[in-house]
Ligand binder design. Structure first.
Ligand code: FE2
Length: 363
């Protein structure tokens, strides 16, 4: 079957934030991103200021509105700072819009063309879970910095990189009972398939549970897991997210590195905060995951988790939420063959999250 919605890669994730100038400093100082382009009053943008932050092949756009009535201000009021747009680079934005809306997706931005001295930039968008949009971006006829209206930041060659190179996956949290509907949405409208399914037996602790299905596109480059809460004794981390985000939204962004020890050492030195892993996790680790290339003492010192499946192993670590609301957080991942998501770590990971939840008075 031919792929009716071919996707090249994650183009960028756009965050709506309360103060993009300060958020840009945060992602630059703590996470190794470099501000490469900007739009704002100085570039003639009268309503929105945006900072394009890049590291390796990863691109985040941090946007803030300059007026309270603007939809970005309304979004920040409702959800707090977070991911508003998942932008995918496609060959043909018009076709992506037509094919997905023909199959039931609700249009958000009709196919649009913007032109400047660097060519033509085309995009369109559809609605996904919550207020999140999936944006189709076509760059093949455009050679400027990011998009028309943006100006390059000339200090940008001083890269801050800590070695994060690509977006591995972007996870969404949806309301109880809504997971299958969104799985169906990605299957029907974008031709994604179900890579793997975790039920509440796999992902449960003493207090809470969740279910997860991982959807991926035809090439496997775009992976979008979707979580929903399952019944537990207490409030699950997904319910806590849904409460503070006021509905469905992006829960975490996993960024890949080729040297997680080096990356996490640099992030910790810079001041990024990670979930605490109990000492007991590292007892008998080698018996559980077999031989790995990295020294276990170093993984323990940094709090890096390990998981193995039949294809290989992976190393991963999770940050604390990156805003006051317990909503969006990051994962750093290094894959050695394994195409999984660290399911062997779910239990200890969720127990760690619940300890933090308890500290917030939300468990
Ligand atoms: Fe993840």
């Amino acid at each position: 079957m031919s792929d009716f919605c071919p996707i090249k890669r994650f183009d960028h994730l756009e965050f709506y934030v309360g103060n993009a100038r300060q958020a840009a400093q945060f992602y630059s100082k703590f996470f190794g991103f470099t501000n490469t382009a900007y739009r704002g009053l100085e570039s003639g943008s009268r309503e929105v200021a945006s900072y394009v932050m890049q590291q390796g092949d990863i691109c985040f756009v941090l946007s803030t509105a300059l007026f309270p009535e603007h939809p970005i201000s309304q979004s920040v009021l409702k959800h707090g700072d977070g991911v508003a747009i998942i932008a995918l680079e496609v060959m043909d934005a018009v076709s992506a819009y037509k094919e997905t809306t023909k199959r039931g997706a609700v249009g958000a931005i009709e196919p649009t063309e913007e032109e400047d001295g660097y060519g033509v930039f085309r995009y369109a968008a559809i609605h996904a879970y919550g207020d999140v949009l999936i944006k189709f971006v076509e760059r093949s006829d455009y050679s400027g910095v990011f998009a028309p209206g943006f100006m390059p930041q000339h200090h940008a060659h001083n890269s801050n990189s800590v070695g994060l190179h690509t977006i591995d996956h972007v996870v969404g949290n949806v309301e109880l009972g809504a997971m299958d509907q969104w799985v169906q949405f990605f299957a029907d409208t974008m031709g994604f398939n179900l890579l793997v399914h975790f039920d509440d037996e796999t992902i449960s602790t003493e207090y809470s549970a969740l279910m997860s299905k991982v959807m991926q596109n035809g090439t496997g480059k775009i992976k979008l897991p979707i979580n929903e809460p399952a019944k537990g004794k207490r409030k699950s981390q997904i319910e806590e997210y849904l409460e503070y985000n006021n509905g469905s939204g992006v829960q975490h962004i996993a960024c890949a590195t080729n040297n997680i020890i080096e990356t996490v050492s640099q992030l910790k030195t810079a001041g990024a905060e990670f979930l605490h892993v109990p000492r007991t996790y590292y007892e008998n680790l080698e018996e559980r995951v077999g031989k790995i290339d990295e020294p276990i003492e170093q993984l323990q010192e940094l709090g890096i988790l390990v998981d193995r499946d039949e294809d290989g192993y992976l190393l991963q670590i999770f940050t604390q939420p990156v805003q006051d609301r317990p909503t969006l957080f990051f994962e750093v991942i290094e894959r050695h063959g394994s195409q999984g998501f660290g399911e062997g770590n779910f239990k200890s990971l969720f127990e760690a999250i619940e300890r933090e939840q308890a500290l917030r008075g939300n468990l």
